[in-house]
Design a protein. Structure first.
Length: 590
């Protein structure tokens, strides 16, 4: 990999985005909006799609560390691409990868930048991948914000397999979340090339206020910006960055105007919600179409993720107290039974369910809108501690809290035997490449002082506190609900083809709380080019599909997103109609 750094500063960061051109006009030099741009070439054994690993390398363990000290940005990039593929996709034939031909080498260039939007205290990352096969006379650009809280390479396994081999450029953003974790013990963050740097040495992707050692600040939880409220703006910024970098790469063809470039949003989960918000907020003509899968998106009057996550964190573990049913569930490990039975007892004592059994907890969750398909993921969610992670991280984001003042006394740190400690240098350097941007993971865990209040059920007190932020009237609860109101979608879409796809068995972002009501609201608001596909047998995590006992129950969702992109491409070319809604049945889901 070769790297060239270019500095082009022309206006203060607070003005970035404020002077954007209208879609039918273009700035003389759009690239000048970015104070620094990192350009790199990726060819030979270091391509755009798999960092030269190919299908066999992605299926295998993390690539060996040629530099054990992780001082090479090229090595960090390869680790980041590998970890995102491994964390998001089913790399078997079931997931559409039956040969290396599915992952051809895609040589090209990357362009990276930090952008700080008006009113934000922290920067976001944007990146463009530009394959050598890109045709400036028939330009296409996908916009792929990362799923979950993933870093800048989080969208590569989602949009890359479809777009890069076709010669489409792809613009990405970490949406103000990502993996630029800040370590307060060493006072270091992450520079533009992924390597760690001390505060003040050079621009960092995330630079929070000082906090006590050995705490670790995570961008999604501790940025102070409520990133989710701006995910639409982040998506728009990624699209504009992509267009600007096309002009930089092809100066004889510049500027690239949106109406002259086919621009398609393509993302999943939080990234899918960001694409929909971007379409709602963008100037007319910026986007030509979008395909999103399992979008985390909420319209007014529907349960918000924080509402149902904070409830599920308390109630759902009790569903596993039915031993016979537990063994039938994906990830239904008998070792979960004692924890589940204790939770049922705790819930009955707190008056949250009528009896200390799984049936009572299930009835309470169904009364709140969870359907049987979503509840089939109870063991997965409990095993991965997903609900506590969502509730604690998002509570901190919505209240714009620093790591040493998070709601309910939570904090984040590198843990050993449950105790926080200063991370090692190698551990810190690995975060950017191997973290998913959420806690727990990559050696980081929750510091929960309330655990001592209920030793028999150590997570109970903290979870009750998180739930009270939704149901209570404290100043912090009101602040949280205000932060949540800032994230609601309008469901007012441009007159462009939009395809929404969702797995019927999604237990993390149930379709009943997201895609179904969003599509209904958008149609009430006049959306004419909108289709919805619901996939029976698909859930939120393609990566678990190949697990023993799972593949007979589920199928991956990403192949349907790629099929949807085929459909959208045909629609834009006039070869096909978008078609109506579909429910896709193919396997028996027990």
């Amino acid at each position: 990999m070769t790297i060239a750094m270019t500095i082009a500063f022309v206006m203060p960061p607070m003005l970035l985005g404020a002077c954007a051109a209208a879609p039918d006009r273009a700035e003389p030099n759009p690239a000048a909006r970015y104070s620094s741009i990192l350009e790199s070439s990726h060819r030979g054994d270091d391509d755009l799609l798999s960092a030269g690993l190919g299908l066999s390398g992605l299926r295998g363990p993390a690539p060996p560390l040629a530099d054990p000290e992780l001082s090479s940005s090229a090595q960090l990039r390869r680790l980041a691409i590998h970890s995102n593929w491994k964390g998001l996709t089913d790399l078997t034939a079931t997931g559409g990868f039956d040969a290396d031909a599915r992952l051809p080498d895609v040589p090209g260039r990357e362009f990276h930048a930090f952008v700080q939007l008006p009113g934000a205290s922290q920067a976001i990352r944007v990146m463009l991948q530009l394959p050598d096969a890109f045709d400036p006379d028939r330009p296409c650009l996908l916009v792929a914000p990362a799923s979950g809280s993933r870093g800048i390479y989080g969208g590569v396994p989602v949009a890359g397999p479809w777009g890069l081999p076709r010669g489409c450029a792809i613009a990405y953003t970490d949406k103000g979340a990502g993996t630029d974790l800040f370590d307060h013990a060493s006072d270091t963050g992450v520079a533009l090339d992924g390597r760690r740097a001390r505060r003040g040495e050079q621009p960092l992707g995330f630079e929070p206020a000082p906090a006590p050692s050995p705490l670790v600040s995570v961008p999604h939880a501790n940025s102070g910006d409520n990133p989710e409220a701006d995910w639409g703006r982040h998506t728009i910024e990624a699209a504009k960055f992509g267009l600007a970098m096309l002009g930089r790469a092809f100066p004889d063809r510049a500027p690239f105007k949106p109406r002259e470039v086919r621009v398609i949003g393509a993302a999943i989960s939080n990234g899918g919600g960001a694409v929909l918000r971007g379409l709602e907020q963008a100037e007319p003509g910026l986007f030509d179409a979008a395909v999103v899968a399992a979008p985390n998106v909420t319209v007014a009057g529907v349960r918000h993720l924080y509402d149902y996550a904070s409830e599920a964190a308390l109630l759902q573990p009790c569903l596993l107290a039915d031993a016979d049913r537990l063994l039938q569930l994906p990830f239904g490990n008998p070792a979960l039974l004692p924890m589940a039975q204790q939770r049922c007892q705790s819930l009955e004592a707190a008056g949250l369910i009528e009896r200390a059994d799984a049936r009572s907890a299930r009835a309470a969750m169904k009364a709140g809108g969870f359907d049987d398909e979503a509840l089939s993921q109870a063991a997965v969610n409990a095993s991965l501690d997903l609900w506590r992670s969502v509730a604690a991280m998002y509570a901190s984001a919505y209240t714009r809290s620093s790591v040493d003042a998070m709601p309910c006394r939570y904090a984040i740190g590198a843990l050993e035997d449950g105790q926080p400690q200063a991370p090692s240098q190698v551990q810190r350097r690995l975060w950017w490449a191997t973290s998913s941007g959420v806690v727990p993971g990559a050696g980081l865990g929750w510091i929960d002082p309330a655990a001592a209040e209920s030793p028999a059920d150590p997570t109970l007190a903290g979870l009750q506190c998180l739930r009270a932020l939704w149901t209570g009237d404290s100043d912090q609860a009101q602040s949280l609900r205000q932060g949540i109101r800032e994230t609601f979608a309008t469901a007012i879409l441009p007159d462009r083809p939009v395809l929404v796809i969702h797995g019927r068995q999604d237990g993390l972002i149930p379709a009943a709380f997201s895609s179904r009501p969003y599509v209904q609201a958008a149609r009430r608001n006049g959306a004419r080019q909108l289709a919805y596909w619901e996939i029976d047998g698909a859930q939120h995590f393609d990566v678990i599909v190949p697990f023993p006992g799972i593949s007979s129950r589920y199928r991956p969702l990403l192949p349907y997103l790629w099929e949807g992109l085929d459909r959208i491409d045909d629609v834009l070319d006039g070869r096909a109609a978008l078609g109506g809604d579909r429910t896709i049945h193919a396997i028996d889901v027990r």
